[in-house]
Unconditional design. Structure first.
Length: 473
């Protein structure tokens, strides 16, 4: 090939790469849009996967790649790890799996940044780097490193390897502030003098430490919000990597990831009626029992047979699932009970609270797995007006999201958190194992109300017994 045709070919291939990046970015945006509704969520995943494939194809065509061996090795290793995670990690462990994925993504961003710095330093070109690029490099490494360790601590807390309660010590805020200020000081110094290796590695070390310090004082129950925030940091680290490498698709995908993570954190906090600062610095997971209104009296127990009679002769039944449904993996059992009731002409609906369970959309995912049709899933605001015309409301392993104290007791730690108002139904049957409290650690006056009866036991076993008993009515 002569010189002219070689350069025409190079131009063509670079246009083609940019085109694949553009298509990838469009697919990411369409994927995110589709994921915002359960009906189209699966399609959204496929669109986003298609976008990822286009981004990978575009990147592999890059003429700067000198050897494909390492890339191939990474591809094979990554695919094996991903496949094993998909097979082995149960649905209930999804939050810690997500935390680990964030840790890997953020570590990749930080390592790319560190290697870019080392390459430029060894080549003696570090002082020639434009300030903007040094700034992006610093952001990428700080956010990447602190997200890596923060996510690892989050995964450890969720898995129970690290104590789930907030880990606090005297002078913690002062230590955190000092670490943060020195880290930012090193970053600013590097902007002036990028060749200062000591400042560079001090900044990396402090970012690693800061990630740990940021997450240890937060209780494991607040980890979903923390993870969503860390997800946002990982996205912004990826966007900064895009600026360092001059890669458009990384900038777009990282920004989308960063801001969707931030929006998700805000939505979760809103659904819990808490602020992000309260999550980060409130030590909520440490909250122990606090005075609840109306918890005097006893809880009334009901047998599966008596509960089945109520259900079988009801006109309308609403199931309100919570975290206990997820731990018991009772999604198929609830579907079977619903089928039995529908066969008898009972109208069955599901009331879904936005933060029921331990991750956003937790209940939707579980119920979709059991093929519960979307049309019978009602969001909190849709189901609440129907509560007063509901004959029986079955609360399955939910606690905080149905706690009337949030509505009635201004002194409660969860005051103002929107709830599903199950206590307005004619009758409430609560399925739980015993006297265990919910995520907030608060007592629930619902269990002591005259409309409420308790059916003790593992949610899956209770639902199976109920389905059998309904059959026998
Ligand atoms: P919850 O308040 O944590 O209560 C779960 C209940 O399930 C417990 O009282 C427990 O009582 C029962 N349970 C546990 N295992 C069970 C089993 N195998 N069978 C039957 N029952 C079982 O759950 P929630 O009402 O779903 O509320 C979610 C909480 O998580 C909210 O406070 C929310 O703010 C918080 N949160 C959610 C998210 C999110 O994105 N979804 C994010 C952050 C925080 P027993 O031990 O007596 O069985």
């Amino acid at each position: 090939m002569d010189h002219a045709s070689t350069s025409a070919f190079a131009n063509g291939s670079s246009y083609f790469i940019e085109l694949t990046y553009l298509i990838a970015s469009i697919l990411f945006i369409l994927g995110l849009k589709a994921m915002s509704h359960p009906d189209t969520a699966r399609k959204g995943m496929f669109l986003a996967e298609g976008g990822m494939l286009m981004a990978i194809i575009g990147t592999l065509l890059n003429k700067e790649i000198v050897s494909y061996e390492w890339i191939l090795g990474g591809l094979v290793l990554g695919s094996i790890v991903g496949a094993l995670m998909a097979i082995w990690v149960p649905m209930t462990a999804m939050p810690e799996r997500t935390a680990l994925s964030h840790a890997f993504g953020a570590a990749a961003a930080a390592l790319v940044g560190i290697s870019e710095y080392s390459i430029q330093y060894s080549a003696g070109t570090i002082m020639e780097l434009p300030k903007f690029k040094v700034g992006a490099l610093g952001f990428e490494i700080m956010l990447g490193a602190l997200t890596t360790t923060g996510s690892l601590i989050a995964a450890g807390k969720l898995k129970g390897v690290i104590k789930g309660t907030p880990i606090q010590f005297k002078g913690q805020n002062a230590v955190n502030m000092l670490a943060f200020l020195v880290m930012i000081g090193c970053f600013l110094y590097l902007l002036v003098n990028p060749s200062a290796q000591i400042a560079f590695y001090t900044m990396v070390g402090l970012a690693v430490l800061f990630g740990v310090m940021l997450v240890i004082p937060i209780g494991s129950a607040d980890m979903p919000v923390v993870m969503s925030l860390l997800n946002s940091y990982a996205g912004l680290a990826a966007a900064a990597t895009g600026f360092v490498l001059g890669n458009n698709v990384l900038i777009i995908a990282g920004t989308l990831d960063g801001f969707s993570g931030l929006i998700l954190s805000i939505l979760m906090c809103k659904a819990m009626n808490r602020s992000i600062t309260n999550v980060l610095f409130g030590g909520f997971g440490a909250v122990v029992a606090e005075a609840s209104a109306g918890t005097g009296g006893t809880m009334r127990e009901i047998s599966p047979e008596d509960a089945a009679v109520q259900l079988a002769y009801a006109k309308k039944v609403v199931f309100v699932p919570g975290y206990g449904l997820a731990t018991a993996q009772a999604q198929h059992a609830v579907r079977e009970l619903a089928n039995k009731l529908e066969e008898r002409g009972v109208e069955v609906k599901y009331g879904i609270h936005p933060v029921a369970g331990r991750m956003p959309g937790h209940m939707n995912v579980l119920l979709a797995e059991a093929n519960v049709p979307y049309e019978v899933l009602y969001e909190m605001d849709q189901i609440n007006p129907e509560m007063s015309t509901t004959d029986v409301c079955v609360v399955i392993g939910a606690n905080d999201v149905v706690n009337p104290d949030a509505r009635d007791n201004p002194k409660s730690a969860i005051a103002g958190m929107p709830i599903i108002e199950v206590d307005r139904a004619h009758s409430v049957i609560v399925l739980k194992r015993g006297q265990g409290r919910g995520f907030s650690g608060l007592e629930n006056p619902l269990f002591f109300k005259s409309v409420t009866t308790m059916l003790y036991g593992d949610a899956k076993a209770s639902l199976t017994n109920l389905a059998q008993a309904v059959q026998n009515v």
